[in-house]
Design a protein around this ligand. Structure first.
Ligand SMILES: [Zn+2]
Length: 250
């Protein structure tokens, strides 16, 4: 049974998002599933793929979402997760399907820490299609029991094909409004000032854990403290957008 791990532990994931789409109340749908039997895998919600890309949350509350793309990475993700946990910040990891194998425990650790996992295509092509997105969802589901609600297109590129693929896989497309530019390796101070200085209420901040990103890891504690000093709190992207994200595993 693929959702049973050693020690007969069972992961159960409930995910629900509500982006205020007409006639759909996904949060209520999740709340109505309180009687899910232990040991069953149940995924609810995640039907919010409207095709319209979102770049930020509401500007009315001092909450921001840290996002990390291109992982999971055995080199950088554990360090990032440990910093997030130490400084009580949550984040969203947009992962590539090709990096799932061998990182299953790490991915369950991400979710168990209260951080979210989203889909970043299988192998990072420009303009991925339905099969790419569906295959990535499948890999993430098999590893964690959790079905992503969110999709971040590689390079932030969205065309009609990508929009249809996201809709067919019930994924909400998430871009960003603050780019730390950590993928350009500009140095810790610049990554810090990009992320902290450009953030506004509701910002979705782009960073990376996959690839070669030692500067990101070095900058992260200062970024979290800097944003906290500006009065910001942290949320997963789903929570930032007013949705509900629940993972129960042990
Ligand atoms: Zn990427």
């Amino acid at each position: 049974m693929k959702f049973t791990r050693s020690g007969a532990c069972v992961a159960m994931a409930l995910a629900a998002i509500g982006f205020g789409g007409p006639g759909v109340d996904r949060a209520s749908s999740a709340a109505g599933n309180g009687g899910t039997p232990v040991g069953a895998r149940q995924v609810v919600g995640c039907t919010g793929g409207s095709g319209a890309a979102i770049t930020s949350g509401p500007r009315s509350r001092p909450v921001v979402a840290l996002t990390f793309d291109d992982g999971p990475s055995t080199t950088y993700t554990p360090a990032i997760l440990s910093i997030l946990n130490r400084l009580h910040a949550s984040a969203t990891f947009f992962e590539e399907g090709r990096h799932v194998a061998g990182n299953e425990a790490l991915m369950r650790q991400i979710l168990a820490s209260g951080d979210e996992i989203g889909n970043h295509s299988f192998d990072h092509p420009r303009f991925p299609g339905y099969r790419e997105l569906a295959a990535t969802n499948r890999r993430i589901e098999e590893a964690t029991g959790f079905t992503p609600c969110l999709f971040r297109p590689p390079y932030g590129l969205v065309d009609a094909k990508v929009a249809v693929a996201a809709q067919r896989t019930h994924l909400q497309t998430i871009l960003w409004d603050v780019d730390s530019r950590d993928d350009k390796h500009p140095g810790v101070a610049t990554i810090h000032s990009n992320a902290v200085g450009l953030a506004q209420p509701g910002s979705i901040i782009l960073m990376h854990d996959g690839g070669h990103h030692p500067q990101t890891v070095a900058a992260l504690p200062g970024i979290i403290r800097g944003l906290q000093a500006r009065g910001f709190r942290f949320a997963t992207v789903t929570a930032l957008l007013g949705g509900r994200f629940v993972y129960r595993g042990h």
